[in-house]
Design a protein around this ligand. Structure first.
Ligand code: ADP
Ligand SMILES: O=C(O)[C@@H](O)C(=O)COP(=O)(O)O
Length: 423
């Protein structure tokens, strides 16, 4: 029976959410893009991954509304809008506009926003988001190629996305007093007609308090960690079915590839850590714009499928700025994504079945190019990054879609070692 219907704004976010919910002991179904087939209503949670973080707000709203309609038909009774734990967005959206549209469609009076993911160092205190020890705007997120984050105050970040609508705050002292205190604060905010409410949370315990206070709200939003506090509440209410064991892949062969379009600080360290141990190729957006993808495709074709390779556009902030000023921000990103998507298709045609992809937008482009529409959730490699498994015309396929800043420096070798243990 479907309890929760979730919409994620990118593909790594969706696997993060699905992985954490599966870890919380519920059955999760993950679909990439709007499903064409009807829901079967079997899983406790249906997640739809969109690629709508940086598209125009009106398009993001339209896609999310269609996803919501599908999720309502699946029988879901509560809904979750999943965005990045670093609140990746621009003054135009898309966190606020999509939340507003979903709230209107569901008749929700208030929407909670809580991106905190304490296990990965994302904490919200007095409305300010911290990444590790740094305020968001001083963290490496200030240099993100598509969504540079230049303010740390979530209420200030959200207001322009909601045309200046007032944004309230459940602060940490209120949370610390427990769920009843949070509910009272929500009522006070409701009386002031404040519908959009950011919540602090510095620990999983805070997220549990928030979830208990908001358990009856039809729409919640935030990162994966907040969503992962819901299953124990469903269990208390006798709602959940049996958890599924992590999926196990069949016959993957040995062909492996890392494709990285993330320029996040952690991905840069991960690429540097793997480089001495693997055949690798760095893509340059300016060269791609001038000469096309032929040289990169030839390079891949010259490496036998049983030899692991890494192809990356991952670059330092100054290099990214240089490419963006020559090509335009969106175009530079599109050129890289299109090239990595083409290389993913080539790698698959060569028989490679073990894919590690770094970057949310990048993962969307790659999964789309591979024609993958549904993923089974396997074991977690690092918090928020599970192995996932799919089937295409060529047979079984394993994909680890890694969010830019997740995983340890050794993530890429950790991922392949984890797969070797089960495949
Ligand atoms: N060298 C580069 N110059 C400009 N843009 C780049 C470069 N390398 C990658 N990009 C683009 O930066 C964006 C990174 O976003 P994403 O894949 O979501 O990574 P993350 O998960 O770190 O946010 C993608 O659109 C990608 O194509
Ligand atoms: O919540 C998170 O941090 C991730 O699930 C996420 O959304 C990843 O986005 P990218 O960093 O763009 O991959």
């Amino acid at each position: 029976m479907t309890i929760l219907g979730a919409i994620a704004d990118d593909f790594t976010g969706a696997t993060d959410l699905a992985g954490l919910l599966a870890r919380s002991g519920v059955s999760v179904s993950l679909r990439l893009g709007l499903p064409s087939e009807p829901a079967d209503g079997l899983a406790d949670v249906e997640v739809i991954a969109l690629k709508c973080r940086t598209i125009p707000a009106a398009e993001a709203v339209a896609q999310s509304r269609r996803a919501l309609d599908w999720l309502r038909h699946s029988g879901a009774r509560q809904f979750y809008w999943k965005y990045c734990s670093t609140f990746d967005s621009t003054p135009a959206g898309n966190i606020g506009p999509v939340a507003e549209a979903l709230a209107a469609a569901l008749g929700a009076d208030q929407v909670i926003y809580c991106p905190a993911f304490p296990e990965n160092g994302r904490r919200v205190f007095m409305g300010n988001l911290f990444v590790g020890h740094q305020p968001l705007a001083e963290s490496p997120m200030k240099d993100h190629p598509l969504t540079p984050m230049t303010d740390s105050d979530l209420t200030r970040l959200l207001a322009p996305q909601l045309d200046g609508a007032p944004v309230g705050l459940i602060d940490w002292p209120t949370l610390a007093r427990g769920p009843a205190s949070v509910r009272t604060e929500l009522e006070i905010l409701a009386a002031r007609e404040i519908r959009h409410i950011v919540s602090d949370a510095v620990s999983d315990h805070d997220l549990e308090t928030l979830a208990r206070a908001c358990r009856d709200m039809v729409l919640l939003s935030g990162g994966s960690a907040f969503a992962a506090t819901l299953p124990p509440l469903w269990r208390e209410a006798g709602l959940t079915g049996a958890a599924l064991p992590p999926a196990v892949p069949q016959d993957l062969g040995s062909g492996a590839i890392v494709l990285s379009g993330s320029c996040s600080a952690m991905t840069r360290a991960q690429v540097a850590a793997l480089r001495p141990h693997i055949a690798h190729l760095k893509l340059d957006p300016l060269t791609l714009a001038r000469d096309g993808t032929g040289a990169a495709r030839d390079w891949l074709a010259n490496h036998p499928a049983n030899q692991p390779v890494m192809i990356y556009a991952t670059a330092e902030p100054a290099e990214v700025r240089h490419a963006q000023s020559a090509l335009g921000t969106a175009h530079a990103g599109e050129i890289v994504e299109a090239c990595l998507a083409q290389l993913a298709q080539d790698a698959r045609a060569e028989g490679r079945a073990r894919f590690v992809v770094a970057g949310g937008e990048t993962s969307g482009a790659v999964a789309h190019a591979l024609g993958v529409r549904r993923l089974m959730i396997g074991p977690e490699i690092a918090p928020g990054v599970p192995w996932t498994f799919a089937e295409d015309a060529q047979g079984p396929l394993a994909l680890a879609l890694k969010s830019g800043n997740f995983g340890a420096e050794s993530f890429f070798s950790d991922a392949f070692a984890a797969l070797d243990r089960i495949a």
